[in-house]
Design a binder for this molecule. Structure first.
Ligand SMILES: [Zn+2]
Length: 150
């Protein structure tokens, strides 16, 4: 060791008199799952959604999907009606009506068409996608009756 003596840079030996607690001990962190009223419901498959008016099978729980961060969304239409809708990848019991439009679309940039019960034509929600293809359905949850299949 020659020539690399860093020398003395001492001279400051400040004691603040503080005792800093160790904060890097994360072993005690417990993640508590969010409780919800849907607890206990099957998360996939099993449950089915029927038209509340005529009882036709519309779609199933296995088709539920999350769009823009969630399955269920609450929207208000230009007339002031509040809709709580759930997103589904497909809804075989729906009839899709009308020309695609982006006017007042609740899902940014997406076109929508009306989706109605194929049996009784009750308006059940909307089919979203781009102009040519269908991406998902947003169905009005209180127009569906949820039940178990056979
Ligand atoms: Zn129906």
């Amino acid at each position: 060791m020659t020539g690399c003596d860093p020398g003395s840079i001492g001279g400051f030996n400040v004691s603040w008199g503080l005792s800093v607690p160790a904060v890097d001990d994360m072993d005690e962190v417990t993640v508590i799952p969010e409780q919800s009223e849907q607890e206990g419901l099957p998360q996939e498959g099993g449950d089915r959604y029927y038209c509340r008016v005529c009882g036709a099978l519309i779609t199933t729980g296995g088709e539920r999907t999350e769009i823009d961060g969630g399955h269920a969304h609450t929207f208000v239409n230009p007339a002031g009606y509040i809709f709580r809708i759930g997103c589904f990848r497909s809804a075989p019991g729906c009839l899709i009506i009308g020309e695609p439009t982006r006017e007042y679309s609740w899902f940014a940039g997406r076109f929508w068409r009306l989706a109605a019960c194929a049996l009784c034509t009750t308006h059940l929600g909307w089919a979203y996608g781009n102009r040519e293809t269908r991406e998902f359905f947003g169905l009005i949850l209180d127009r569906l009756r949820r039940g178990e299949g056979d």
